[in-house]
Design a protein around this ligand. Structure first.
Ligand code: SAH
Length: 347
């Protein structure tokens, strides 16, 4: 049995042909799926014989909503979703004036090992398929009754460590027959897997690339991000410049501010010097404290100071407005606490 959400329209068309059906049936079936009909029985224009055939070959990989939290502060919704195999992932829906944004997970867990991040604590369990990433958006739209117009790949997992599935996800999400969400409304965040950044650039998509930088030099970066042992900041910036050249898109640099680790005036100055002149934008994220580690949030004053110094060097900067602070909305925290409370073993 296969998850029908993993199929592009073209792939389903091939399946129809191979199974002696007319090509136009693929379009019909796909259009039902994106109209939130997730069983073959209700697909009115599909003949019984084909419905039976489809049911014998496909299932709808729609995860079960295990828990739903709504922030009293800003209406942010966090969903804990369970797939058929029992694996749990988190998805966050944020309401903005310009529309609804979703933060999707791309893997169950993560193997990048960033020191401040909760998603990586149990390692990577498995990749999510394209359909499993899409299903997070389908469930979110169903629950809210509203369209999702922006996507950030910033949930649990490293998207470039699951490259092919993420590329397929981007194709389906962008397609007219799929969710029809424009590439410019999609941001992919990576800790900086350099060869994959080049591969992404060569796809010529107009999605925004966000880089988790978190430090101005390799020495400091290595202390908090193991991936820094593999790729240097210089290599990352070269890949960013290639991405800019290919796509003409502005890069976002994420910089999580951690008290006494990377939040000093000198850090801000050096970061400004490093990025000056580049088509980019820095997003400062006051670190979300995770109980499994000792990283602390910088004070408001320090955050302000960092922002001002960076601004004065001529680099564009914003502080990420915290959403859902009352509902464990930081990466991986919810899944972890749920697994602990319910005594579920990470396999
Ligand atoms: N693996 C990808 C995307 C997932 S995390 C990446 O590394 O970019 C999305 C962003 O949140 C990253 O910048 C990540 O470093 C940051 N992040 C993770 N845990 C955090 C925490 N506890 N506080 C603040 N930012 C955090």
């Amino acid at each position: 049995m296969e998850n029908i959400l993993d199929y592009t329209q073209e792939e389903l068309l091939t399946w129809m042909k191979e199974n002696g059906e007319s090509a136009f049936r693929a379009k019909q079936v796909i259009s039902w799926i994106y109209k939130e009909i997730w069983n073959f029985e209700e697909m009115k224009n599909i003949p019984k014989s084909l419905k039976d055939k489809l049911s014998n070959n496909f299932y709808f990989g729609i995860p079960k909503v295990e828990e739903e939290y709504i922030s009293k502060v800003d209406g942010t919704k966090k969903l804990l979703l369970a797939f058929n195999d029992g694996n749990l992932i988190e998805t966050v829906i944020m309401k903005y004036k310009h529309g609804n944004s979703i933060c999707v997970s791309t893997q169950v867990g993560c193997r990048m090992g960033c020191k401040f991040c909760a998603s990586t604590l149990g390692g990577r369990i498995r990749n999510l398929t394209a359909g499993e990433i899409i299903s997070q958006i389908l469930v979110a739209q169903k629950i809210t009754g509203e369209r999702i117009s922006n996507i950030v790949l910033m949930g649990s997992g490293e998207p470039l460590d699951n490259f092919d599935n993420v590329m397929k996800f981007l194709e389906i999400v962008n397609a007219d027959y799929g969710l029809n969400i424009g590439q410019r409304h999609i941001t992919l965040s990576t800790c900086g897997i350099v060869p994959k950044m080049y591969e992404l650039a060569d796809k010529g998509l107009s999605i925004t690339l966000a880089i988790s930088l978190h430090a101005f030099n390799d020495e400091k970066r290595k202390e908090i991000m193991p991936i820094a042992n593999k790729y240097s900041i210089k290599e990352i910036l070269d890949a960013c410049n290639y991405y800019i050249e290919k796509t003409k898109r502005r890069i976002t640099f994420e910089y999580s501010l951690v008290k006494d680790v990377n939040d000093g005036s000198e850090d801000a100055k050096a970061l400004g010097k490093l990025l000056k002149g580049m088509l980019c934008h820095v997003n400062l994220i006051p670190v979300n404290e995770v109980k499994e580690n000792s990283f602390k949030r910088s004070s408001e004053k320090t955050i302000q100071n960092f922002e001002n110094i960076l601004k004065n060097t001529g680099v564009e900067v914003t502080v990420r407005r915290e959403m859902g602070s009352d509902i464990n909305a930081a990466c991986g925290q919810l899944r972890r606490s749920y697994i602990k409370e319910n005594d579920i073993k990470l396999v």
